[in-house]
Ligand binder design. Structure first.
Ligand code: CP3
Length: 367
């Protein structure tokens, strides 16, 4: 199932490379901005598509995935500096043979989660990502064509620890006690699972770049559930390995890489050493604290980090907080504006517009 390796020459020329420059640490005349879950249920046009199609049906149908990926790009024309392919981190457990359903109003559900180490035998041993996840790769190629160079396209994957947590918990969790039980009761089986997820995640990111992704992000949404020592043992080595594997496989076709380890303040210094160009922050750390924590480490670009709930605030409060954030990170380079986590279903699409305009206005470097 060899797929072609696509390069910039296969796509329309890029007209806005702000986020790629910021990720590489180059100067920017304005702070680039995008938001996690920018294609989502807060948009009426997304809900319309979802009313007709199941969540994973959208992911698996390139025309539909492209349509919803472009919805925020069209609506906020000129205000967003990146798109992110519509997909989910849980397509990797699916590729490993697990069943995952998206239950409306409840979130992801695994009818048969991993319960004991013997369950690892249920997982596919050699995952051919080009075959199992070809639909996501086709969606990337189609989306990049239809973006017509307006903004770069993000590919992404879940981090091994976060994927392991979902595969064992069977869905969201308050305590992650089932997944953490594995870490402490079955450390060898846990490491084996984390290693397998690392290899599939890295292969998937490489395939996404080969299909047209121009920057990639690794989401470790549950990193903050681990103690500092356990983050160092069960998350960080695999994040580092993903960066290494992707770079080694891509060679001179490497793209910028972003890591988002939500809640892992204690890990920021180490993350700056992990081989990523950008470290994404949630809202519970200030830019100043983050820079301090990373002193002495290789210089990385920071991404983030307004509390998404500020989009519920009166617009003047939202504008002031966006301006404050921009000033705290500093203008002219080294920052990609985002939220500290994703958009929520009850957000007002107009509040996002206010945020994007405030970021643009506060960060434009006059010359
Ligand atoms: O716009 C984008 O950011 C791109 C698409 C995207 C989705 N999921 C679409 C989605 C991305 C990057 C993700 C990543 C993802 N998925 C993460 C990491 C980021 C994070 O939020 O921490 C995680 C943990 C998941 C797993 C997942 N998928 C959960 C927990 C849920 C339910 C959350 C909810 O709000 O109900 C999903 C569903 C999901 N993934 C939705 C979207 C737009 C909403 C569900 C729907 O349309 O029914």
């Amino acid at each position: 199932t060899a797929r072609p390796v696509l390069t910039d020459a296969d796509f329309p020329p890029l007209k806005n490379d702000l986020i790629l420059r910021a990720a590489r640490g180059e100067p920017t005349e304005r702070t680039p901005v995008w938001v996690m879950r920018q294609a989502g249920r807060y948009l009426p046009e997304f809900r319309e598509t979802r009313a007709e199609h199941d969540f994973f049906r959208v992911c698996r149908t390139p025309e539909l995935a492209t349509r919803v990926t472009l919805q925020p790009i069209d609506r906020y024309a000129g205000l967003l500096d990146a798109s992110i392919i519509f997909c989910d981190i849980l397509v990797v457990p699916q590729a490993l043979g697990m069943t995952v359903e998206m239950v409306p109003g409840k979130g992801p559900h695994f009818p048969e989660p991993l319960r004991e180490p013997a369950d690892l035998e249920r997982l596919t041993t050699h995952v051919d990502v080009e075959k199992e996840l070809g639909y996501a790769l086709d969606a990337i190629t189609l989306t990049r064509q239809q973006l017509a160079g307006r903004v770069p396209l993000f590919g992404f994957c879940g981090a091994p620890w976060t994927l392991m947590a979902y595969m064992i918990e069977g869905g969201g969790s308050k305590t992650f006690s089932k997944a953490k039980r594995w870490l402490f009761q079955y450390p060898d089986a846990a490491s084996q699972l984390l290693q397998r997820l690392t290899e599939v995640a890295a292969d998937f990111l490489v395939a996404q770049v080969n299909a047209g992704a121009q920057i990639v992000q690794v989401f470790d949404s549950w990193a903050g559930e681990l103690s500092p020592a356990d983050f160092e043992r069960f998350s960080l080595p695999y994040l580092r390995q993903i960066a290494e594997r992707v770079r080694a496989q891509l060679g001179d076709r490497a793209v910028p890489m972003v890591v988002f380890a939500k809640g892992a303040h204690f890990g920021l210094h180490a993350l700056a050493h992990a081989g990523y160009d950008v470290v994404s922050l949630d809202w519970t750390v200030t830019p100043q604290e983050a820079r301090r924590a990373m002193a002495g480490a290789p210089r990385v670009t920071l991404q983030g980090n307004l509390d998404p709930c500020l989009l519920f605030a009166p617009h003047d409060v939202l504008r002031a907080r966006a301006r404050q954030m921009i000033n705290d990170f500093g203008v002219g380079g080294g920052h990609i504006a985002n939220l500290g986590h994703g958009m929520m279903p009850d957000h007002d699409p107009e509040a996002l517009r206010v945020y994007l305009e405030a970021v643009r206005d506060a960060s434009t470097v006059s010359r």
